[in-house]
Design a protein around this ligand. Sequence first.
Ligand SMILES: [Zn+2]
Length: 526
Amino acid sequence: MHTARTFAAKEQRRHPTLLHLLKHLLMRLLITLVALFYAVFPLRSQHQEEHGTCGYTGISPWIDWYQRNGTLFEAAEDGDTAWLYVPVTLHLVGTSNGTGHFPLEQAITALCWTNHLFEEARIRFYLMPTDPVRYYNNSSWYDHDFSGGFNMLNTVVPSLRNRLNIFVVGNPAGNCGYAWMDAVVMRNSCSGPDNITWAHEIGHHFSLPHTFSGWEGFDWNYSQPAPPTISGWAVEKTDASNCYSAGDGFCDTPPDYLNYRWPCDAAGLSTVPQKDPDGVTFHSDGSLIMSYAFDRCSGRFSPEQIAAMRANLQTEHKSYLQINTSMPELPDDAQVELVSPLDSTQFVQYNHIELKWKKVPGARYYVVEISRTPTFSQRFYSETFVDADHAVVTKTLPNNWTLFWRVRAYSDWDLCQPHDQAQVGSFRTQNLSATNELERRVAFMLKPNPATAAHPAQWVAQVENAMTVALTLHDAAGRLCWQDEVRLYPGENTIALPTAQLAAGIYTLGVRNELGLAVRRLVVAE
Ligand SMILES: [Zn+2]
């Protein structure tokens, strides 16, 4: 797959008149490759789903060339301590009806952690200021097989070559992520804090093979001595005699044959012993990001892997290197100053809350959170706003509660901000339009309204303290059609109304107890 991609990029530049023919050929080649992929690894998707693996096989032509010509880079490496800055565009893909987008806040956190993992490589990622994030509503991209992935990447990436394109989707062909067609594609559920999947796929993007290169998708009884070759590829021995021509082609990544997600012991080694072709027993090194060790085991690239990634960035991905000095950081103690509401003496309408804060100089992204507790352990609401100093929250929050809120600031450059510095504000939710105590204490709505026979109405009520209410349903002529007494418990209560039995028309729902009376109009449609 990498072969096809590199071929296309080079040939299109050299022979623009052949572009059309080449595109056609490339399309056919890729379709064949996709078909071959399934033919060769028919059980692969299932296997990957189960273990959350990465869907990358093989050695790219670039790394093959690099490893054959490593001496070209040796001189440069010695004094090569400059930071390399990589612009990123995030592509957050949701379903066709606009749901499921990976939250921008979490993508920023994932990049923050990725920067930490690339620190030793002196590679730093930042959001491309002119094009930081794009959103898509496309179910066949959100949950895709490889042909859907091809369609997505082929539609978006060719015109965006001068930055690292990171896609986050719901299901990238059964994998946790993959690097293909000069982009990386991540699964939303493999993109949480402390996840190394982003660093792993970006490692592939910058040419790195797996440490167990050649063993991908190969079933093997590890108690047996390994064969001298696997998938036509030399098997790396423990004595380092063939380390530059076998496995991943690096000598500072020891042999590793484990092609499934594996746990490590206290020393960070695999619990499963393996035998090299000479019958020598060894355990795999779980600290390497390019292995399949569990995320908690891994966190580093080897010096030779780092040199290869830097060389790749300076040649194949040279177009990424647009700046060579860092941009200003936000101060770590930068607090977003809250304007209003500040404390729980302030009452706000529970389903329409305006939050105001002061912008931080240099910041661009503001993550707003609302929680029941000042530690924000359980969040009712979080959303990222760009260049904003206020937000209107229309999501229905619990009524009659004291809630806490905070705002954290990020910039395109500074993607890590400590949480513990944030100023915390609070407010008390209430139904300010209430005309009596019952209306104030109970937040409720009817849905759907109009109701139909197929979709009967439900009364959804939120209360802080338990109470009993009498419900009545009257028709337009004032006749009582239904009544019931229900007990409401703290939190959200859902009560089904018998609208399926009612004739089409306009009805009045009455809610009554010692605190007062509330009425709502309910429409029953054909
Ligand atoms: Zn991988």
